[in-house]
Design a protein around this ligand. Structure first.
Ligand SMILES: [Cu+2]
Length: 142
């Protein structure tokens, strides 16, 4: 019985270690006000991204209707680090609540899956977010 329990434990352990990626939330990135440290982050299914509150006054949440259907929400609190495990492949658009209209957004692409690109493009991007979103989409379409 003991060996069976051990075998089951070994089977349930993931053979591949998930990667952990850190994104910084910044007041100024190379002269750009209010930005994530990477505009596009590419990860594998199961990877964990942590948004680090390097500067206070920012958060990370998904842009409404701009992430794979059925994915759990990302609810970053203002000025707090937040981590999220990406379980579903596809594109996720991430925004900062107070600075979305000032262009603070990024894309996380999971499992190299761009199948929801049109859906993500159709979401609402106010103010400066529109130009930044278009630049991100152009990069994804390369
Ligand atoms: Cu912000």
């Amino acid at each position: 019985m003991k060996s069976l329990a051990l075998a089951l434990t070994l089977l349930s352990a993931s053979p591949v270690l998930a990667a952990e990626i850190t994104v910084e939330m910044l007041n100024n990135k190379d002269g750009e006000m209010y930005a994530y440290s990477q505009k596009v982050v590419k990860v594998a299914v199961g990877d964990v991204v942590t948004w680090k509150a390097t500067n206070a006054g920012h958060n990370a949440i998904f842009v409404p209707k701009a992430f794979p259907e059925g994915a759990a929400p990302l609810d970053g609190m203002m000025s707090k680090d937040v981590s999220y495990t990406f379980e579903k492949p596809g594109i996720y658009m991430v925004r900062c609540n107070p600075h979305f209209g000032l262009g603070m957004l990024q894309a996380v692409v999971v499992g190299n899956d761009m199948s929801n690109l049109e859906q993500v493009k159709a979401a609402s991007y106010p103010g400066k977010a529109k130009a930044n979103a278009d630049a991100i989409f152009a990069e994804l379409s390369k």
